[in-house]
Design a binder for this molecule. Structure first.
Ligand SMILES: NC(=O)c1ccc[n+]([C@@H]2O[C@H](COP(=O)([O-])OP(=O)(O)OC[C@H]3O[C@@H](n4cnc5c(N)ncnc54)[C@H](O)[C@@H]3O)[C@@H](O)[C@H]2O)c1
Length: 395
């Protein structure tokens, strides 16, 4: 869940009714959005459908969660992870699939939110047979859920999953897919950062600004390249020295610091978390000097909801470009792949993150709330304006 991410389907319909009545502005505040129903076998935390999968031949155990299909078939990756219990796996898949509804709605793609988890150790349990068995479960949903890569699953895995389902995206170019999505993810983050710069400094450029990137893996490395090209002063850190060396080989002007703690204490104009989740804890917000936070990492806010990290950032005068808004380039890419991948078309989609971010920051200012809360409300309004009935496979 993000700032709220708590709206139930009935609340979305309430919003829809208001839209029908001609209300064009977002009118629901976080305090009036009803909380999610408690997680129980039937309420499923507000999800439309949750499918528990077991394949007796391969031992596959998976959960597919479809949160909301008011904007189209659910789209979201498959996480392959050694959860310590089924309850932990269920809680994770429900949280992740709900987040996808918001991300997809904000990205303006014709998809609802869903996600899947495969319970197991990807290093030891992943076999082609198990992935094919998983693909059959995805196929059984007739397109209501479209899968892609996530933690523990890769482009090559989606190639195998696609052997048994038509509803796998994020495949390799050799198999008709778009390949690695981090290029457009990084491009989208850069667009979000340009928009935040426009909002804060009046110019859509990072020229002359000092930008700190934590994590220069697939996304951070490409982002660094965009920033150098734009004329920014880039400083990075990564626990993997090989990742830093690879970046310096192509961009020798990039500076390095020892760790994230040193990075966030530095004189930054922009902080770009591009490693793991939980980047914005209380200690980080406390010492951060940057005026903008905008990065590719998922789930950056440690304390979500009213009074949480997003509000603390506002109180410190830091403009936060919500992670699920600016890192949507990857999902825009896999969504495009479903139509027959066209890189330029997908790049245009990711370019729109610039306008989307400007809109969110403007609405946040107008409503006097955090950008995370504003992004939630815009996503909820879009879902409310979608279909009131579940998406069904097309004949
Ligand atoms: N790849 C995508 O298309 C995509 C899309 C959306 C969101 N994201 C998110 O963006 C983030 C980065 O993704 P990625 O694909 O670049 O992953 P990656 O694994 O390629 O890169 C992450 C980098 O962070 C570094 N790192 C890890 N812990 C660190 C720490 N404590 N301090 C400094 N560096 C650390 C790693 O060494 C690695 O180089 C993740 O949170 C991911 O969920 C990625």
């Amino acid at each position: 869940m993000r700032a709220t991410h708590a709206t139930t389907r009935s609340a979305l319909h309430h919003l829809a009714a208001r839209t029908d009545e001609g209300v064009t502005t977002v009118t629901v505040s976080s305090t009036t959005v009803p909380p999610s129903p408690p997680t129980s076998p039937l309420s499923m935390d507000g999800h439309e459908q949750v499918v528990h999968c077991f394949d007796r031949t391969t031992g596959l155990r998976a959960i597919i969660a479809i949160h909301d299909t008011s904007l189209g078939p659910a789209l979201g990756g498959t996480r392959f992870f050694p959860y310590s219990s089924d309850d932990e796996a269920l809680a994770d898949v429900l949280r992740l699939s709900r987040s996808m509804s918001y991300k997809n709605a904000l990205a303006g793609i014709p998809h609802g939110g869903g996600k899947a988890v495969i319970i197991g150790n990807p290093a030891t349990d992943k076999t082609p047979e198990l992935l094919r068995a998983y693909g059959r479960f995805v196929e059984s949903l007739g397109g209501r859920y479209v899968t892609a890569c996530d933690v523990g699953t890769y482009v090559q895995d989606m190639d195998v999953v696609a052997e048994t389902t038509r509803f796998a995206t994020g495949r390799s170019p050799e198999n008709g897919g778009a390949g690695d999505s981090s290029v457009l993810t990084a491009y989208g983050v850069f667009q979000g950062m340009r928009a935040a710069a426009q909002h804060v400094w009046g110019e859509p450029t990072l020229r002359g600004r000092r930008v700190g990137i934590a994590g220069v893996g697939k996304v951070g490395r490409v982002l660094a390249g965009h920033l150098v090209e734009d004329g920014a002063q880039v400083v990075v850190t990564d626990v993997n020295s090989a990742a830093v060396s690879a970046l310096l080989a192509t961009h020798p002007s990039v500076e390095t610091v020892g760790d994230v703690a040193a990075l966030v204490r530095g004189d930054l104009d922009v902080y770009a978390p591009c490693a793991l989740g939980g980047a914005l804890d209380d200690d980080t917000v406390e010492v951060l000097k940057a005026r903008i936070v905008c990065g590719g990492a998922n789930n950056q806010l440690v304390i979500e909801g009213d009074g949480g990290t997003a509000d603390r950032l506002v109180a410190k005068g830091i403009t936060y470009a919500p992670d699920f808004l600016v890192n949507a380039g990857g999902v825009i890419q896999v969504s495009d792949e479903l139509r027959g991948f066209d890189f330029e078309r997908a790049k245009r989609g990711a370019s729109a993150i610039f306008e989307h971010t400007l809109e969110v920051l403007r609405v946040a200012d107008e409503r006097g709330e955090s950008p995370a809360a504003a992004a939630d409300h815009i996503a909820e309004q879009r879902m409310a304006a979608g279909s009131p009935t579940i998406w069904l496979p097309q004949p």
